[in-house]
Design a binder for this molecule. Structure first.
Ligand code: GRF
Length: 196
């Protein structure tokens, strides 16, 4: 299957936490939109605020338990297929997916990471940026491949690192840009303008 689809795309968002990127995607791609709509939000944490945000927006919220990675991925894959999802957006999903899952969803699986990739991959991106003393940081939306934050970058947005910044202040500045970058990246993928 290749983009563009010629019909509204069906998006799934996978989130484990607070869900602010989910909120930006729900705002950009609401139910009934002719461009794309979030049809499913899923995550391994039953109490995640992200799942509540989905319910509040009238979108299906699924808790997919994590017993083993294989079990989680098999259930998630089945759910995504049952809902005929076209594009899967990881948004604050803090687990690494297996090559099997990544391969199955190749070209249809994207993630947001709070750094200017290839810099500061993996955990604690802001801590890494501050430790390195960089003068700017930012965010990247990228295709997911079998590595950790190694897939092709779709959109990046930059912010300055300011004197006195802490992980929290830098994270907040970067997060505002994530909320702009993610919908922009989804549009570029759905239009077929950017491929893995
Ligand atoms: C974001 O900073 C994202 O880049 C990282 O996890 C955080 C998720 O935040 N992968 P939220 O749950 O979308 O508010």
């Amino acid at each position: 299957m290749a983009f563009p689809l010629g019909r509204p795309a069906r998006l799934a968002v996978i989130a484990s936490g607070r869900g602010s990127n989910l909120a930006s995607l729900l705002a950009a791609f609401p139910t009934g939109s002719q461009e794309a709509a979030v049809v499913l939000v899923a995550g391994e944490k039953a109490q995640a605020p992200a799942l509540d945000r989905a319910r509040e927006a009238g979108v299906e919220a699924a808790h997919v338990p994590w017993d083993t990675r294989e079990g989680f991925e098999a259930r998630l894959d089945e759910l995504l297929r049952a809902r005929e999802v076209d594009l899967v957006c990881l948004a604050g999903f803090m687990r690494v997916l297996s090559p099997w899952f990544v391969d199955r969803w190749r070209g249809r699986l994207v993630n947001v990471h709070p750094s200017l990739l290839p810099k500061h991959r993996g955990l604690h991106a802001h801590r890494q940026a501050l430790a390195e003393g960089v003068s700017e940081s930012g965010c990247s939306v990228h295709f997911v491949d079998a590595g950790v934050d190694t897939g092709r970058v779709i959109v990046q947005r930059r912010v300055p690192v300011l004197p006195g910044d802490t992980e929290a202040t830098l994270a907040e500045r970067v997060l505002r840009e994530e909320h702009v970058a993610y919908p922009e990246a989804v549009r570029l993928v759905l239009s077929g303008e950017v491929t893995p």
